[in-house]
Ligand binder design. Structure first.
Ligand code: SF4
Length: 536
């Protein structure tokens, strides 16, 4: 399930609808429809196993005669499915029987006494699985034409759900895969439920075979797997009695001990202007959002009380930003900020961090700086308030401008979906409004979530055949250095909070971000990589 991942509140994002794999380098990504359906042991031999791309000198693998180019087929007699499965199998016991295949097709067996550790091999990247749903609000279906091919790929993978908190509808998970989750203890898993009522769920996910999500969830719970759940709420589709039933069904599966539904979040549906030939879906307007907040805020507190004080039912920030309401206080959110990556609590966390930061001596680093902060309309009021507080406290001149999203349509107000051209337009308009001077600001700040940055799932998972752009590239392929050159002033990514932002501005003072890859700039300057950039 693709999503644009929030990377700190500056880049407030939407729930289940957009890409987030995040990361890095130029990658070759490919989607294999066949391999995902067929259990490894039933696949033709040539397709089985995981290829070894390098063997560490002096390692156990080298001693055992393993070479790069070999394919690891079995450990302890069990088929090796992917990197995660390798980790599970190789660390399960103190010694391991291995079966491998040479590039010429011959197979051989070897044995290592590894003490439950890795044996010193790098494995080829795994392929991300393809989603089999057809959700009425799928972000990928709502993409305008003309963007790069990788943005139109729908991924949905339980491995990403376990490793990175991506939500999955479990559409690719048959009983064998659910058993694997249990066997390998891939807990917790993040599941997009949307509705527990089978008929409503079929309507939402557009797949007649995927109505019975509770059966799959129960399979996982019975195996001791914990589950975080979410629903993207679309008016008239899965709100009202259907949502109440969803809440009740999942709450009844919260239990002490092994295998529990740990949380349920609700996120308002996100729609772009590009819904030609798609089913009609009613938007969540400010009035609907206000009603939802009024109806469900007390319920959040009631469920938290019944859950020993720990919030269980969670409302995404977007309910409040769309309603034009202040987000609730810290106690409204889980102690561990559960589902932060799903846009739950980002604004509150940003506000708390900002208020603490402004009181520190470090905040003086902003003194005198004339900075233009670009963000999406959702987050602009919050960011503006914080900028005003900072300006008053340290004498900085931070200004916030809400950039309109011409690329996806103005109904899209989150920062993570702003394209380079949208940001360029907003900066030029601001410069013109301020008299058109070339040095109208000292720096322009763009939301980190709008940039391809950050190490993440694509370090391990690939989608073949599609070239992914360099880090520091916006969704429309404009790069950060190109934008900076066009604007004629240092242009930096925001980071997740004011502290990161100051780090970036100071790095820009030293000439970072002027060219080259963003990863190199972050690495050279020792900066925190922004988290959760878009996918891929
Ligand atoms: S169709 Fe549904 S499950 Fe698949 S990527 Fe789109 S929103 Fe996610």
């Amino acid at each position: 399930m693709k999503k644009i991942g929030p990377a700190g509140p500056i880049f407030l994002s939407t729930g289940c609808r957009a890409p987030r794999l995040a990361d890095g380098q130029t990658l070759s990504i490919s989607i294999s429809e066949s391999s995902e359906r067929i259990p490894s042991r039933e696949r033709p031999l040539a397709q089985q196993g995981v290829q070894i791309i390098s063997v560490e000198p002096g390692s156990l693998a080298e001693e055992a005669g393993i070479q790069s180019g070999d394919t690891l087929l079995r450990i302890h007699g069990e088929a090796v499915l992917d990197q995660l499965n390798y980790q599970y199998l190789i660390t399960r016991e103190d010694e391991a029987d291995l079966v491998l295949r040479r590039p010429d097709g011959s197979t051989f067996e070897t044995f290592v006494e590894n003490g439950g550790e890795g044996i010193g091999v790098d494995l080829a990247q795994d392929e991300v699985k393809v989603c089999k749903q057809n959700c009425v609000f799928c972000f990928v279906h709502q993409m305008p034409k003309g963007f790069r091919q990788s943005l139109y790929l729908k991924d949905e993978d339980i491995r990403l759900s376990f490793l990175y908190g991506h939500f999955t509808t479990l559409s690719s998970s048959n009983d064998a895969e659910l058993d694997r989750i249990v066997r390998e203890r891939l807990s917790p898993i993040h599941v997009s439920v949307h509705a527990t009522d089978p008929e409503a769920r079929v309507k939402v996910v557009g797949n007649p075979r995927e109505g019975h999500i509770l059966r799959k969830i129960d399979h996982l719970l019975a195996g001791g797997i914990d589950v975080h759940t979410q629903a993207v709420v679309a008016p008239g589709l899965n709100d009202g009695a259907i949502w109440q039933q969803t809440v009740a069904d999942l709450w009844s599966r919260r239990q002490e001990g092994r295998g529990s539904v740990l949380s349920l979040s609700c996120v308002p549906v996100g729609l772009t202007d590009h819904r030609e030939n798609l089913p009609a879906v009613q938007a969540v307007d400010p009035a609907f959002a206000r009603d939802w907040v009024a109806r469900w805020t007390p319920e959040v507190r009631a469920y938290a009380k019944a859950n020993g004080g720990e919030p269980w039912l969670l409302l995404a920030d977007e309910w409040f930003t769309r309603a034009g309401l202040e987000v609730p206080g810290r106690a409204f959110y889980s102690r561990s900020w559960a589902q932060l990556e799903n846009g739950v609590g980002l604004v509150r966390r940003f506000l708390e961090h900002s208020r603490r930061f402004i009181k520190t001596p470090r905040a003086q680093g902003f003194a005198g700086r004339r900075v233009l902060l670009l963000t999406g309309p959702s987050f602009a009021p919050t960011l503006s308030r914080v900028a005003t507080e900072l300006n008053r406290a340290v004498g900085s001149h931070l200004r916030v401008v809400a950039a309109r999203n011409f690329s996806f349509g103005e109904s899209v107000t989150v920062a993570g979906l702003l394209c380079g051209e949208d940001l360029k337009y907003a900066a030029h308009a601001d410069r013109d409004a301020k008299g058109g001077r070339a040095d109208w600001v000292d720096a322009v700040v763009v939301p980190s979530a709008s940039l391809r940055t950050h190490t993440g799932p694509t370090d391990q998972y690939t989608l073949h055949g599609v070239v992914v752009r360099e880090e520091g590239t916006f969704l429309d392929d404009l790069t950060l250095p190109q934008l900076a050159a066009n604007l004629g002033v240092p242009t930096v990514p925001s980071g997740a909070n004011l502290s990161h932002l100051l780090d970036h501005l100071e790095a820009a003072d030293r000439g970072a971000f002027r060219g080259g890859g963003l990863r190199a700039a972050f690495h050279a300057e020792g900066l925190n990589q922004p988290q959760g950039a878009y996918n891929p």
